[in-house]
Ligand binder design. Structure first.
Ligand code: PLP
Length: 287
């Protein structure tokens, strides 16, 4: 973790950073978050993450804590003070601090804001992508508003832990119809036997991944055939390739699902090429 965090208006030592015990994020998961991947000290996919931040806040009737411009300054200043060039920037906005009650505070309180920065070793990330990771599937058991990026992540936490315990790098949720919804912290993709790139449509109950949206543009510019639709676990198991996307993973090839090899059992050419094109483009457009 970085050494400095931003907490409600102040840059403080990470070791001393704290929120109030009555912060509604802490007590009720009444909070949302965003994560930017960072390249050379700059924020990747800035527009997409700011737009989703505003949408998540709007869906929960929490005010933007400050303007986009002011928030950009805070994010950048937190990065600068941590001397981290490659990594992740985490922003959390809760409804604020108020005596515990499920309903919103009768007297509005200011939203509470936390920013932290985490270093990522790009060499280790590349090595992981070059080897590919396994996925463990788990029954979809989340609420009906997965489009809101809330900190209420317990099903995702348990799914990820089960994956880790099984030696897998990510968990994929599978709904009652046998379709893959998304990962515990990523969007899921396959390349079918006839070369079509498939990812779940965002009318489904999934997070509208920013990396997903950017990668779709990249794939379109490469003239890859794309279908945004549900795909079943069965279809994924017989796919030529599989991978997942997210600000943390970027584009991560999947080599096995529930211990069964996907395609050749090695990272596929489409995932590998899309990963390098995504990283190149995100770097060039970072602010
Ligand atoms: N789906 C879930 C459940 C996530 O938690 C995340 C990222 O944290 C994603 C998808 C990918 O979203 P993004 O590409 O915006 O990071």
């Amino acid at each position: 973790m970085g050494r400095i965090a931003y907490v409600n208006g102040a840059y403080v030592r990470h070791a001393d950073a704290a929120v109030h015990i009555e912060d509604r994020g802490y007590q009720l998961a009444d909070a949302i978050y965003e994560v930017w991947s960072m390249s050379d000290g700059k924020l990747c996919d800035p527009e997409g993450h700011f737009a989703r931040l505003e949408r998540s806040l709007g869906e929960l009737s929490i005010d933007m804590p400050m303007s986009r411009a002011a928030l950009t300054t805070v994010l950048r200043e937190t990065v600068r003070r941590n001397h981290i060039r490659e990594g992740l920037v985490y922003l959390q906005v809760s409804r604020g601090v108020a005596p515990r009650d499920h309903a919103f505070p009768a007297q509005p309180v200011p939203p509470a804001v936390v920013v932290t920065v985490k270093r990522v070793d790009p060499g280790a990330a590349e090595a992981r992508a070059a080897a590919g990771v396994g996925v463990l599937t788990t029954p979809e058991n989340r609420w009906g508003r997965c489009d809101i990026k809330t900190v209420g992540l317990l099903p995702n936490v348990l799914a990820k832990q089960a994956a880790r315990a099984a030696g897998a790098g990510e968990a994929w949720f599978v709904d009652d119809e046998g379709n893959v919804t998304e990962g515990a912290s990523s969007n899921a993709w396959i390349v079918t036997a006839d070369g079509v790139l498939v990812t779940r449509d965002t009318s489904a109950n999934i997070l509208r991944g920013v990396t997903r949206a950017t990668l779709l543009e990249v794939a379109r510019s490469e003239n890859i055939r794309i279908e945004e639709r549900a795909f079943s676990l069965e279809e994924a198991l017989s796919a030529r390739e599989a991978f997942f996307t997210g600000a943390g993973a970027l584009v991560m090839p999947v080599v096995a699902i529930d211990g069964r090899s996907i395609g050749t059992g090695r990272p596929g050419p489409v995932a590998t090429r899309l990963r390098s094109l995504y990283i190149e483009g995100a770097r060039a457009a970072a602010i």
